[in-house]
Ligand binder design. Structure first.
Ligand SMILES: Nc1nc2c(c(=O)[nH]1)N[C@H]1C(S)=C(S)[C@@H](COP(=O)(O)OP(=O)(O)OC[C@H]3O[C@@H](n4cnc5c(N)ncnc54)[C@H](O)[C@@H]3O)O[C@H]1N2
Ligand code: MOO
Length: 430
């Protein structure tokens, strides 16, 4: 991470209006986190294909015109628009032909035209192409029917895709397939990207068992490390899975130190509420500058946030609540955009759907709720959303069955059947 002095948590909280750690609205939590997280330092040059999904570190300015020359958009005949007769057929003499990569180099007099293929350079001075299916051919002459083409049609101009000097892609862009193609069209073999953000995570709790271990009485299999792993994979960060850490001060301290020594971000799940057996909060507080929030959201009320320091370096800490749905919802609502910002790719607002709620939903004003829903096309057009059964914070099936989150805002009260609600489609999150 960079060496600039980072603001203290106290300084950050004083910048967030209406900051109340015991009843923090989601918007304020997001604002706090946005002020807390630094961007990674360090740029690497990657071959184009290896850069897929990575974050561009510098603007890419085009140093050529794409396409490099005016060329034909159709197979047909290139002609002078000024030859087209107003109100009658135009008869032109064909004097040669041009292929893509092997254009016609001769001169063309008025009244003449050139047979041309898609992508072939426009012969000097010719400005119009008539597709071949619109003309009648008669020996070395073609007859262009009145009104079949207008001057300038079916010609692609040099630089119309990217002109020399244009910013083709801006820094912060997460490279997608079309971007790789565009970079290739500029002849770029390599691009500068930010180094990958490193995120370490582990689960805490004596009741947790890893896959392969027997499920002792009172225990559950650790599912959070798998949902977290999946969500982090989708973000393209480097993932360090540190396993399950039992609720023991020494084990926790060494896990936190290890994680903070290797990673930019440490994410834990569990142990941030008010339970008696938990050492997690005490160790977090001992190793860093950490706040324990109660967020006005559901699911996902308790959360730890701050920095964990070890060996002269510090990592950002997200201590997520243990309940399996709370882990996922807090990740999407609060962590995802922060990780993107750290990775150098400030997030754009995600597109929301407006859907009619299929049933009534009970909702108290004063907190943001994220219910899990299935969005389908509504009979009369638009969208309808149905909640995925029981919405308990431990019911992971509610998340697995859903294709979106119904976001009921801070001020929102009860929803009646048929009322419109906001839905964040999962597809937009990946
Ligand atoms: N008196 C109060 N009790 C609770 C409150 C509260 O405000 N007052 N908040 C509740 C809420 S909301 C949540 S969420 C949980 C969060 O508690 P913790 O973060 O301390 O998490 P744990 O107690 O460790 O675990 C909660 C729950 O989740 C299960 N769990 C934990 N980790 C995993 C995992 N990796 N895989 C699967 N399941 C996991 C754990 O077994 C517990 O059932 O606190 C409420 N209580
Ligand atoms: O964080 Mo809790 O999910 O509201 O159960």
């Amino acid at each position: 991470m960079n060496d600039k002095p980072a603001p203290s948590l106290e300084e950050i909280s004083s910048c967030v209006s209406g900051y109340d750690p015991n009843a923090l609205p989601v918007e304020q939590a997001r604002e706090f986190i946005a002020r807390l997280v630094p961007r990674v330092e360090g740029v690497e040059m990657l071959a184009l294909r290896s850069a897929m999904g990575r974050v561009l570190a510098r603007d890419i300015v085009s140093d050529i015109d794409v396409p490099a020359h005016d060329n034909s958009a159709m197979d047909g005949y290139a002609l002078y628009g000024s030859d087209l007769a107003a109100g009658g057929d135009t008869v032109l003499q064909v004097v040669g032909s041009g292929l893509a990569g092997n254009g016609y180099a001769g001169s063309v007099a008025p009244g003449q035209c050139v047979r041309i293929m898609t992508g072939a350079t426009m012969p000097d001075g010719l400005d119009t192409v008539i597709p071949q299916e619109f003309v009648r051919q008669d020996g070395d002459r073609v007859v262009v029917p009145a009104g079949a083409v207008k001057t300038g049609e079916n010609r692609r101009l040099a630089g119309e895709d990217l002109a020399r000097g244009d910013v083709a892609l801006s820094a912060g862009r997460v490279l997608r397939p079309a971007d790789l193609g565009m970079l290739a069209s500029l002849g770029r073999a390599e691009v500068p990207v930010w180094r990958r953000l490193r995120v370490a995570f582990f689960s805490t709790g004596n009741e947790l068992r890893s896959i392969g271990e027997p499920l002792d009485p009172g225990c559950v299999y650790d599912s959070n490390r798998y949902t977290l792993w999946g969500m982090l994979q989708r973000l393209g960060v480097e993932v360090l899975d540190m396993g399950v850490v039992r609720d023991d001060p020494r084990a926790l301290e060494s896990a936190f130190r290890d994680a903070a020594a290797q990673a930019d971000v440490v994410i834990t799940s569990g142990g941030v509420s008010v339970g008696e057996a938990d050492y997690t909060k005490a160790i977090m507080a001992k190793l860093g500058d950490v706040l324990f929030w109660r967020i006005a959201m559901r699911p996902g009320r308790p959360m730890a946030i701050g920095r964990i320091a070890t060996g002269g370096r510090s990592a950002i800490l997200f201590g997520l609540p243990g309940n399996p749905v709370a882990v996922m919802v807090t990740f999407y609502a609060l962590v995802r955009d922060a990780l993107l910002a750290m990775a150098g790719a400030p997030a754009q607002p995600l597109p929301m759907l407006r859907a009619a709620s299929a049933g009534a939903i009970r909702k108290k004003p004063g907190r943001t709720e994220y219910q899990r829903g299935i969005v389908t096309p509504a009979a009369g057009g638009g969208w309808e959303v149905r909640i995925t059964g029981s919405q308990g914070s431990g019911i992971l099936r509610s998340m697995s069955q859903a294709n979106g989150l119904v976001v009921l805002g801070h001020e929102q009260g009860n929803v009646a059947a048929g009322d419109p609600v906001d839905v964040l489609p999962f597809d937009g999150l990946i």
